[in-house]
Design a protein around this ligand. Structure first.
Ligand code: ATP
Ligand code: MG
Length: 512
């Protein structure tokens, strides 16, 4: 390693700690990522890790004394120092953590107590993997020339502290537990997921003993909080090796403690329209979404879109069916994501995508009004993601083209109609105006009339003018309550017949 760039503020913090006669090292992810960047290329390109962690022998109170602008965040010995970058006046928190050892994890979640350690060595020993247990010592002399005008400092002199052959593992692309893997995973079972996550993010393999130890200790994952599991899962799913990671989680007997429902698809063969089992197909769909760098929601929906198939499978062989799997799958998806404490918006979005992933579209058969109704059903803001899930579904089933003519045509139709009115809010006349104009009181009648107006507008958006809607409203207002109700019922029925027709067609065609 030749040199690297350090934000000036970080250099200043290390310098201040050292001038107060404390030790201070760069540790953890930033050291790993700097070394990795050096291994990957010989270029002098500026590489900056996403965050910087500093370890010190100064106790939290002592750190706070040196940096009055700091906050003691938790009981784990981490002090957050606020730094302002000169040019954009952004405030950033740099974490300074006192050397520590951890003793006793009786709840398998948090250490019972933190014992501060005197030496860097003890601190590095309690870290999870060899590649995360590296430290960099920067002599004060290398921090001396903190040029006021520069945002970054070029560090030329430094010493790598590598007590567990972390650099060698980095070179060989290996995730290896520090010391005895059984002990490390018993202390904190989340580390098993972190191993898989780092392997996925860095494109590394997990060393054999570490791997075997994970299988042996996999059951300990049930003691880990859902929130911590969720955060690691998100990081894995957001890598380009997401599908690989899910397969590995299953091989290591970890997936059964995270999303056991997915494993119901292992070995479940499908009908003549598929070449892969449900499990393989779900993974291939996720793989496609990950390779295309789609959003977390699209990736999750791709992974879960057929999760309902094993429970709805009827018959065996080329004629087997999976009627209703999208509804069953949507309910399962909601439960899975809620259980993992995903935010409400994510749960809602992914559930919707799973529920609607089977939409039907045939050129010439579905009208513009039909596409507007489709948009009204799935929501204009979700339709692009829904098409992506469908794309992942198709590619994941081994069909070569992501976008055959039919889907391209649907996309074209969506673009054509996507700004057309499809909800009562978009009508050129609202409920209040309608009541005033017709001189009627609030009640179901208002709703019935608005609904009938919307039906007209969905059929023909040109009718969405105040003039036309008023004229039509006057006509509708001549009808009795019963007649209006009847009108609404008929519209509902037409919609249902239309959707049922589509479904029947789809089922006979695709045997889903
Ligand atoms: P990234 O921030 O890119 O996810 P990181 O290595 O910085 O990667 P963090 O979770 O930020 O990971 O943790 C910082 C460092 O703290 C790690 O490099 C590791 O040394 C240590 N560490 C974090 N979590 C654990 C854990 N559960 N067990 C042991 N050491 C841990
Ligand atoms: Mg980090």
């Amino acid at each position: 390693m030749k040199n690297f760039y350090l934000p000036k503020e970080i250099g200043e913090i290390i310098k201040k700690l050292k001038e107060a006669n404390f030790q201070a090292y760069l540790v953890g992810g930033c050291v790993r990522d700097i070394l990795l960047a050096h291994l990957k290329s010989n270029s002098q390109k500026v590489f900056l890790p996403k965050d910087w962690d500093i370890a010190t022998d100064a106790l939290p109170q002592e750190v706070q004394k040196i940096f009055p602008e700091s906050v003691y965040e938790n009981e784990f010995g981490t002090v957050g120092v606020k730094v302002k970058s000169k040019d954009n006046s952004e405030t950033q928190i740099v974490e300074i953590t006192t050397f520590r050892q951890e003793i006793g994890y009786s709840d398998k979640r948090h250490p019972d107590k933190i014992i501060f350690a005197k030496s860097l060595k003890e601190d590095l020993k309690r870290r999870d993997f060899t590649i995360n247990a590296l430290a960099l010592d920067l002599p004060t002399s290398s921090l001396g020339a903190l040029n006021q005008n520069r945002k970054y400092l070029k560090v030329l002199k430094f010493q790598l502290i590598d007590l567990f052959e972390g650099e060698k593992d980095l070179k060989n692309k290996i995730i290896r537990a520090v010391g005895d893997p059984n002990e490390r995973f018993k202390e904190d079972a989340l580390r098993m997921l972190r191993a898989v996550r780092f392997a996925a993010q860095l494109d590394f393999d997990i060393e054999n003993q570490t791997l075997n130890s994970i299988v042996e200790n996999s059951h300990l994952l049930k003691f880990i909080s859902k929130e911590r599991i969720r955060d690691e899962l998100i990081k894995m799913i957001n890598t380009s090796r997401a599908a690989w990671a899910i397969q590995l989680l299953s091989n290591l007997k970890l997936l059964r403690f995270i999303i056991p429902e997915l494993e119901e698809g292992i070995g479940v063969t499908q009908n003549k329209h598929h070449i892969y089992t449900v499990w393989e197909h779900n993974l291939r769909a996720l793989d496609y979404a990950a390779k295309r760098n789609y959003s977390l929601e699209v990736r999750l929906a791709s992974l879960l879109h057929d999760v309902g198939k094993p429970r709805t499978k009827r018959g065996e062989g080329p004629e087997s069916t999976f009627y209703g799997h999208e509804y069953v799958g949507a309910r399962m998806t909601e439960k899975i994501l809620k259980n993992l404490k995903f935010p409400g918006e994510v749960v809602e979005k992914v559930t919707l995508l799973v529920k609607h992933h089977l939409f039907y579209y045939n050129v010439g058969e579905v009208t513009a009004a039909g596409v507007r109704r489709f948009l009204a059903r799935v929501g204009e803001k979700n339709v692009d993601d829904l098409l992506k899930v469908r794309e992942a579904d198709r590619i994941g089933s081994g069909v070569p083209k992501a976008f055959p003519y039919r889907l391209r045509h649907l996309k074209f139709m969506i673009e054509k109609v996507r700004h057309d009115p499809i909800s009562p809010k978009q009508l050129k006349i609202n409920g209040y105006q309608l009541m005033e104009f017709l001189k009627i009181k609030p009640g179901p009648r208002v709703g019935h009339i608005l609904n009938a107006l919307l039906e007209e507008v969905i059929e023909d958006p040109k009718k969405n003018s105040e003039e036309y809607l008023k004229k039509k409203a006057l006509e509708l207002n001549k009808l009795s309550d019963e007649e209006l109700q009847e009108l609404r019922k008929r519209a509902e029925k037409r919609k249902q017949e239309y959707e049922a027709g589509i479904e029947a067609e789809m089922r006979s065609k695709y045997k889903v």
